[in-house]
Design a protein around this ligand. Structure first.
Ligand code: PEP
Ligand code: MG
Length: 566
């Protein structure tokens, strides 16, 4: 029996067999395929991505340009390409094997030529084929297949992998890496998969079919638990089930003991979350992360995404507003077909920065959201990663031009559709008083706001000790945002993960947030806790914590407040 402790990400107790997946062990398999056309398509799309990657390289000087020219010539060599395609079509090699076999053949030819120039080209060819193979494998990697009911133990996961895999057998998730507000963590919570991250080298210590007992709340993981430990985890599980059942029965409003009402909304990534939101008594959708649909091959087509938007509004509008966030593509959320490789993606070409350049993509999405609003009174549209009022005005101007186009074409939409912005970049937070003048509402994305304010990568478990929602700098920004919204007469919501942690509620209620948007599974507990709070004592408590000098002091004060000692 081995015990490990990581970061509890998504609560739940599971005792199950393990299924291990490590990206580092993805290798070329020598299986033939039944569907040669599909394998050919896989190659062609990897080829296009590799070509785009090579095209994007900026050559350094004459020599660099000469090398690049050779690379391109090799990549476009008709004999090499027809050898690969022939391997797939005639020999039924899978795409990666077809490239490897064609490359081996070419290399052996080059080795026989008595010319240094050609011999030196071997390394270049290997580089090209390596790029092609890794492109092929990076898309086939998406198909992580858990063949039996198990806890998936992996080194890491990408959002695009998680969103497109079949999760029916995944009873729990243990990752070597990952931070508490990483997008994988958000997905795990939203899909209600008990999860523990930052387990260091667990994926090397566990083998398939080892049994694991895990507690997604405390972060404890036991490998091959003895009988006593198993029965302890089973008891914990029974207790959790009883607690959840009791919470689920009560879906009345979240109002504090002194009458302050807070709207509890849900965060979703697609249609899947809607049923749980309705069950949890959510007051609407505070954040639809629309970019996740882009990662599903089934929704590659805008028309299909459009239909999902409309269905979301139809199903959810009896309960409250539906807030569509425009694509927050970039960072770690890259649709498979988009080739974005940046040195510093988190600070790079992301969200509205990308949409303002990829205008057709943006325009199509705005039309789809506008169409979804037709006939409904409370559809909202909000922009991610706004860094200041200038950028906000650009996206609003673009939206206005799209609205004009819709009017010209007779496309119906709700004229009073509410326009909002996320506040998740420190520059926007500091200028929230200016930004508030241009929008109908603001929504605070604490996941990014904390990441950028403290300069701590939200997905990096090594520095997760620095990721402190109660850092005084964060609290001061939150206060400024909430006050700025209210001074301008608009509501302010929080849709970052901080909103879903019930322990933070005294601070959030005390600050005066109007709406909190969270994973469906957090709503019941938030409602229960809000009813026990008094808005006025939370407000005095916030005044007190704002005078404290570091996160440690504030965390201690909050703990005491939550235990009734403050
Ligand atoms: C946030 O940054 O808090 C947020 C809600 O957006 P995302 O987690 O998708 O970046
Ligand atoms: Mg964000």
């Amino acid at each position: 029996m081995l015990e490990r402790c990581g970061i509890g990400i998504s609560s739940g107790i599971v005792v199950e067999k393990a299924y291990v997946f490590r990206h580092s062990e993805v290798y070329v398999s020598y299986d033939t395929v039944d569907d040669a056309d599909a394998a050919l398509q896989e190659f062609e799309s990897a080829y296009r991505r590799t070509h785009a990657e090579i095209d994007a390289i900026e050559a350094d000087g004459d020599e660099g340009e000469a090398i690049l020219a050779v690379y391109k010539a090799m990549l476009e060599d008709p004999d090499y390409l027809s050898l690969i395609r022939g391997n797939i079509k005639e020999r039924k090699h899978n795409a990666a094997w077809a490239v490897e076999a064609a490359t081996d053949k070419y290399v052996s030819l080059l080795e026989r030529v008595d010319d240094d120039f050609f011999k030196e080209r071997i390394a270049d060819l290997r580089d090209i084929s390596g790029r092609l193979i890794s492109e092929i494998l990076s898309s086939s990697r998406l198909e992580i297949n858990v063949p039996y009911p198990a806890i998936l133990v992996a080194d890491y996961l990408q959002p695009s992998e998680m969103i497109s895999m079949d999760l029916s057998n995944v009873k729990g998730l243990c990752l070597d890496k990952g931070g508490i507000t990483s997008h994988i963590a958000i997905l795990a919570r939203s899909m209600n998969i008990p999860s523990v991250f930052a387990l260091s080298s667990l994926s090397f210590e566990v083998s398939d079919e080892d049994t694991i007992a895990m507690d997604g709340k405390t972060g404890n993981v036991v490998i091959n638990p003895d009988r006593k430990t198993r029965s302890l985890y089973r008891k914990k599980l029974d207790k959790e089930i009883r607690k959840e059942a009791a919470l689920g029965e009560d879906i009345e409003g979240a109002v504090t003991a002194d009458g302050f009402a807070v709207k509890l909304m849900g965060n979703i990534e697609g249609l899947d979350g809607i049923e749980s939101l309705i069950k949890a008594g959510a007051d609407g959708i505070g954040l639809f992360r629309t970019e996740f649909l882009m990662m599903l091959p089934d929704y590659a087509d805008n028309e299909k995404r459009s239909a999902i938007y409309r269905e979301t509004v139809e199903r959810m509008s009896p309960y409250g507003p539906v807030t569509f966030r425009t694509y927050d593509i970039g960072g770690d959320k890259i649709p498979n077909e988009m080739k974005i490789k940046e040195e510093n993606p988190i600070l790079g070409w992301r969200a509205v920065r990308l949409c303002l350049e990829e205008k057709d993509l943006f325009r199509d999405q705005l039309i789809s959201i506008l169409k979804a609003s037709a006939g409904y009174s409370d559809v909202r549209l909000m922009f991610p990663m706004i860094s200041g009022s200038e950028e906000l005005q650009s996206v609003i101007a673009f939206l206005d031009s799209v609205k004009d186009e819709c009017r010209e074409k007779g496309i119906e939409f709700a004229d009073d559709i509410k326009i909002g912005t996320m506040i998740e970049v420190p520059s926007a937070a500091i200028t929230a008083d200016v930004i508030a003048r241009y929008v109908d509402f603001m929504s605070i994305g604490t996941n990014d706001l904390i990441q950028y304010t403290i300069a701590v990568d939200r997905s990096n478990e090594k520095i997760s000790y620095l990721y402190r929602p109660l850092h005084p700098a964060v609290l001061r920004l939150l206060k400024h945002i909430v006050d700025s919204a209210h001074e301008n007469g608009i509501p302010v919501s929080m849709c970052g993960e901080m909103a879903g942690y019930a322990d933070y509620l005294p601070i959030l209620i005390g600050l005066g947030l109007d709406e909190l948007s969270m994973a469906p599974s957090s709503i019941a507990e938030a409602r229960r806790r809000i009813r026990k709070l008094s808005r006025s004592s939370c407000a005095s408590f916030v005044n007190h914590v704002l005078s404290l000098s570091d996160a440690k002091e504030i965390e201690k004060a909050l703990k005491e407040f939550n235990c009734g000692k403050a």
